[in-house]
Write a protein that binds this ligand. Structure first.
Ligand SMILES: [Cu+2]
Length: 173
């Protein structure tokens, strides 16, 4: 009666194997199942997740489920990007300053209830009440923001710490 045919919940081993197969096959069009698989994997390994994400970003410039932003010389690079709308997506922001410059990521759009799914990574997450207010990033640290992007919306984020005037945006199309 098919009990052994794998219709039940996937185990962590299944997810790991699938991520490995995706990596080997060179396919970056993961679909929702793949993205959610990554979401679960993220709980196991933020570092591994980042490596997989960076790999998938570089593999496909046309159709993205998320993107990577690096902070260099007081600037979000790139400072704008598009993601697929009406879909789960991820934004990874890394502080890649060569000097000891602290940055923050603030975003009313990304951190609002109903949009934010989870914040992970190596930065320091601060809250106001139940809501994330900002994430502090020292050089070498990164934040991994999982959220639901609604088609037609633009999600902005900022850093204003220590007089910085940095902003970036993600447009869901
Ligand atoms: Cu900054």
């Amino acid at each position: 009666m098919g009990k052994r045919s794998g219709t039940g919940k996937e185990t962590l081993e299944d997810l790991s194997r699938r991520a490995y197969q995706i990596e080997r096959s060179g396919s970056s069009k993961l679909g929702l199942a793949g993205v959610m698989g990554y979401c679960k994997l993220a709980l196991m390994s933020v570092v591994g997740l980042s490596i997989l994400l960076i790999w998938s970003f570089s593999a496909d410039a046309q159709f993205r489920y998320g993107h990577l932003v690096q902070i260099r010389e007081l600037t979000f690079v790139p400072d704008s990007a598009q993601v697929q709308g009406d879909a789960f997506t991820v934004l990874v922001i890394q502080n890649r300053e060569e000097g000891p410059i602290l940055h923050e990521v603030r975003s009313k759009d990304l951190f609002e209830p109903g949009t934010l799914i989870s914040v992970q990574g190596t930065g320091t997450v601060e809250h106001e009440g139940k809501q994330v207010s900002r994430v502090l990033l020292s050089p070498g640290e990164e934040v991994v923001i999982w959220y639901y992007a609604v088609k037609g919306r633009t999600y902005t984020y900022q850093c204003t710490i220590n007089g910085h005037s940095m902003q970036g945006a993600v447009q869901a199309v």
